[in-house]
Every structure is written in structure tokens, then in C-alpha cells.
Design a protein around this ligand. Structure first.
Ligand SMILES: *Cc1c(COP(=O)(O)O)cnc(C)c1O
Length: 250
């Protein structure tokens, strides 16, 4: 079987799913971006997907991502960091990515802002929120999100673009909708808060707070129904992942 053909058809079917979900929700497909999650995939696979017209790639493991970026230096891609962030990794993340979706506390946000090289312009970030309570460890608590968003929006070399969540996997579509709906409501509240902040402080934080990063291979339809503007899809594009990234060191 021709691998690139398989990848091209998988890419097309994910785009079809996005389009159909948008139609069902009365939304335009141009409102939902596709982030291809390329963790554990080789540089050749990423290059093949780029050749299908896919521009945005999401990576979870820093060293693996840097290795791929070095191999793909001539391919113009937009790199998104979506994995857990240890503080000793923030400098490289700030230097080598256009987006970071997994910012969950102020300490990491400040380091990313401090370490972002000026010439690259602001680093786009999303605040990750835990919408699944006890069933998830990552993300800030929902009741902390507004306060954190205010502080992150004020950091000089970051641009707070929105919210991200990874709800616990479930086949219960109503539960998927509730989790994503919670993120959508928080997003609306934060937009209002940023509008107030812009008025009193002369900032411009609200206009660029435009992203809801939610939905993966198994739940992108529910996420789009609840307002997702960026779905992060790995398995449905590349097939099942090997258990662990070979190149990742602890
Ligand atoms: C791996 C991963 C994805 C993609 O998950 P699939 O189920 O393979 O589509 C999306 N978001 C994050 C944060 C991930 O770690």
C-alpha cells in the first residue's frame, strides 16, 4: 500500500468530518482549524502530511519535536507545543514554537514570556483548563481560569489566544458535550473580563482571545458542536500510535 496515499485520504476524511460537523452545527468550516498531532511520527511522515497541504503540527515531547524541526528545516510549518511543560524546557519551547496550548500556571507563563526571543514576536498561548475534575490531572481549576487569564494576557511577549482542554475519554456524547460546553462558557466569561480590562487599562487582549482548542480523533464532532475553533487530531490522521515515543528521554 502506498503510505502517502493513505495519509492523503486520511487527511481528506478528517477534513470531511470537520466540514460535516460544522454543517450540522450551522458553522462555517473556515472557523475550525486542523492541528495535526505528529507526536511519535517521523519527520518523513510529517513531510508527507505537509505535502497534503497540512501546515500546523502539534508535538508533545520537546526533544522529539526539535529533532523533527531540524530535519524539516526547509518545510514551512507552524509548530504547536501541546504536551506537559517542565520548567527546564520553557526556553527551548519559547524559541522553537509558534503556539503553546498547555500552559496551566503563571510560573510557566512568566518563564515563556521572559524567554521568548523578541524578534520572533509574541508567543501564542492557550490556558489549559481541567474540565474533568478528579478524572484529570492537567489544567488549571475552572474557578482559577479567569484570574489566570487576566495575568497571562498582561505578559509582554505572550499573546493569550484562548483555552484548551483534554476531557477524559468517554463514548458518552452528552458528557463530551458538557465538558466542551463548560470550556466554551469559560471562554465567553473570559472574553468579557478581557474587554473590561482593555477598557480600564488600554490593552487589546480581547480581540485576539479567539481560540477554543478542543476536540481530538474520537470527539471532534462534539467539540465542534460546542464551538471548537481548533481540533487536535493524531490517530485519525496517522493511525494508532506506538505506546511511547522512542526518542523521548525522561
Ligand atoms: C495526543 C494528543 C492529541 C491527539 O489525540 P488523538 O486521539 O490521537 O487524536 C490531541 N491533543 C493532545 C494534547 C494530545 O496529547
Amino acid at each position: 500500500m502506498n503510505g502517502n496515499f493513505t495519509l492523503a485520504s486520511a487527511h481528506q476524511s478528517v477534513r470531511d468530518r470537520i466540514r460535516l460537523a460544522c454543517e450540522a452545527a450551522g458553522r462555517s468550516p473556515t472557523e475550525v482549524a486542523l492541528l495535526a498531532v505528529s507526536k511519535t511520527r517521523t519527520a518523513d511522515e510529517v513531510a508527507a502530511l505537509a505535502a497534503c497541504g497540512q501546515h500546523a503540527m502539534g508535538e508533545n515531547y520537546l526533544q522529539e519535536a526539535l529533532d523533527k524541526q531540524a530535519l524539516l528545516g526547509n518545510t514551512p510549518l507552524e509548530w504547536h507545543f501541546i504536551g506537559p511543560i517542565q520548567s527546564n524546557k520553557t526556553r527551548k519551547i519559547a524559541e522553537h514554537f509558534q503556539w503553546v496550548h498547555s500552559v496551566e500556571n503563571l510560573r510557566i507563563a512568566r518563564r515563556l514570556s521572559d524567554q521568548r526571543p523578541d524578534p520572533l514576536g509574541p508567543l501564542n498561548i492557550c490556558l489549559q483548563v481541567n474540565v474533568s475534575g478528579e478524572d484529570s490531572k492537567s489544567g488549571c481549576a475552572p474557578d482559577e481560569a479567569i484570574g489566570l487569564a487576566r495575568e497571562m494576557a498582561a505578559l509582554p511577549r505572550l499573546r493569550l489566544r484562548g483555552l484548551m482542554a483534554i476531557p477524559e475519554p468517554t463514548e458518552d456524547v452528552n458528557l463530551q458535550r458538557r465538558r466542551f460546553g463548560m470550556l466554551r462558557e469559560l471562554h465567553a466569561q473570559i472574553r468579557q473580563e478581557l474587554a473590561r480590562m482593555d477598557e480600564t487599562e488600554g490593552s487589546k487582549a480581547r480581540a485576539t482571545f479567539d481560540t477554543l482548542s478542543m476536540g481530538m480523533s474520537d470527539d471532534l464532532e462534539a467539540a465542534i458542536a460546542e464551538g471548537s475553533t481548533m481540533v487536535r487530531v493524531g490517530t485519525a490522521l496517522f493511525g494508532p500510535r506506538p505506546r511511547k515515543a522512542a526518542s523521548e528521554t525522561p
